[in-house]
Design a protein around this ligand. Sequence first.
Ligand code: ADP
Ligand code: ZN
Length: 521
Amino acid sequence: MPRDAAPAEALLKDIFGFDAFRPGQGEIVEAVAAGENVLAIMPTGGGKSLCFQLPALLRPGVTVVISPLIALMRDQVRGLREAGVAAGALTSGNTQEETDAVWDMLRAGDCKLLYLAPERLANGGTQRMLHQAGVSLIAVDEAHCVSQWGHDFRPDYLRIGELRRALDVPLAAFTATADLDTRAEMVTRLFDGAAPRTFLRGFDRPNIHLAFQPKDSPRKQVMAFADARRGQSGIVYCGTRAKTEGIARALREDGHSACHYHGGMEAQDRRAVEERFANEDGLIVVATVAFGMGVDKPDIRWVAHADLPKSIEAYYQEIGRAGRDGAPAETLTLYGPEDIRLRRSQIDEGLAPPERRAADHGRLNALLGLAEALSCRRQSLLAYFDEAAPPCGNCDLCDSPPELFDGTEAVRKALSAALRTGESFGAGHLIDILLGRETDKTRQRGHESLPTFGVGKDLSRGQWQAVFRQMMGRDLMRPDPERHGALVMTERARPILRGEESIELRRDVLARASERRPAVR
Ligand code: ADP
Ligand code: ZN
């Protein structure tokens, strides 16, 4: 057994058949094999399983792997056995024979990896067996399932900390979920709050081109994007079920092969779409976020968002379905004030406790910041995952850097219009005031006598809409869900209003606005 030079590398090749580690894998393998407590955050497809399978072979005794995904456990056990590794699984999918065989293997002391469904932990017999089996490492896959606020919460995951204490062995936790709250919760619940060595790696997917566009006519924009990629497999994500059907129909009328998919469809119809998508070339699926979990088609060439995703994590996951094969893939995300209003009110009307809601607003803000980024989008995206990177050369802003102008004056005028009207109105009415347009509403409310009335005639309506959108994107103003989306100034805007800070805005999105009027100075 002893191999003198770099045993990890030798096993990598001999057992797993890989020539080299992927970015991040080598260090994680080393730390886990050395018996450190580890929390590793890696994107889906980044190669997490190797990071506990290989150390399991380097450590004495048994490594227990806890995973919520039965099918995946069975696949991994099969793969390991084919490679000559003694592995077994205890899940509800087992036959009695399979279970007996695993127990025999454990008793004989020749099991290296034991996959365990979390519900097994509730069973006293399993706990006793683990004590006797000579466990030297616990690996937890999908570790975010321990987070009570997450969508994937698994109550049995809460028993893992107890198991670690009882066995007194190192624990390595793996997940693709990077947000800070979930991270903190994993540390508390799995490691009793003692900070594990944390690895956060490999979030860049350099083959995916990133692009955002303000939404003016979403259907046309999506159609144009799909047209330029005729015959390639793609996904269009929509915010509502009804929209998926409409856009799919429009694409078909335009000669594409397209179908819709959402959670309201019969299970068999959904499966039919999944199968068609997996097997057919050039199919477009127009879907809600219900489409995705089971999608692992490697050659999805593009992903378009007809509506803004709900958070920066959702965005990352959804665009991440493109280009798994490493070949170039393209994405387009549309966003407008309606999206921002909708996403904010979904958070505010949700049942989450206040601190969770604040975090959700933060995640939405991060995405809006990305939408309104002034330079390389990938840098902004990776910065969210704590990864530093040079400008990527593969995003719309690297392709054509936006022209900026000093928007301080425009922003102050807009803030002043909102404040002088009691922060009670949406962008439409505030723009009427700025443009000095007399309407029933301006007359009834006496807004024509405000000092702000007509101070914004240097911009067109479309340009003001772009200013308001950028202001919401940078969280200078927020729609108040309790008052039909009336715009309220945030604390972030205060220094600009007071003249203590200036702010740059993008000129190009202003110029793209529909009305033609004198350029912004
Ligand atoms: P996830 O991080 O989503 O659990 P997996 O562990 O399933 O990812 O790995 C994703 C794919 O990458 C698998 O097909 C695996 O065989 C492959 N892979 C993992 N590590 C390497 C490597 N060092 N070299 C090449 N392929 C690898
Ligand atoms: Zn870039």
